[in-house]
Design a protein around this ligand. Structure first.
Ligand code: ZN
Length: 125
């Protein structure tokens, strides 16, 4: 299958190795892509694991899993990566009523011991 992150690669050659824990996403953008794919799959566990440990208390694995499940994730668009630890993106999805939605976010990431983590995001528009 094509990778849900819209890289044009197959899932096996793109985000799957990150989800399977075989390797770590080498950049903040790659982590962002793999997190979008994790909503599409969905894989709440991976979403928690890739959140900075001190930020995990603001999230919940079941909620992340459910958010992935109830929506249909259609497209990811990377708008820009102004710094190594910043990614602006638009995530396109259809909500549980089938209505198309766009989640526009400016996310911040942090690298700790060679691993990238999601820190937080600012919602835009
Ligand atoms: Zn991917």
């Amino acid at each position: 299958m094509n990778c849900p992150c819209c890289s044009g690669k197959s899932y096996e050659e793109c985000c799957k190795p990150y989800h399977a824990g075989e390797k770590y996403a080498p950049t903040a953008e790659a982590l962002m892509r793999s997190r979008f794919s994790a909503f599409a799959i969905p894989n709440g566990e991976y979403l928690m694991e890739t959140t900075l440990p001190e930020k995990r208390k603001f999230h919940n694995k079941e909620d992340l899993q459910e958010w992935g499940e109830i929506n249909q994730w259609t497209k990811l668009e990377i708008i820009k990566t102004p710094a190594l630890n910043q990614v602006e993106f638009k995530a396109y999805y259809n909500d549980e009523d089938g209505k198309p939605q766009i989640h526009h976010e400016f996310s911040t990431f942090k690298k700790v011991d060679e691993r990238w983590y999601y820190v937080s995001g600012k919602f835009l528009e």
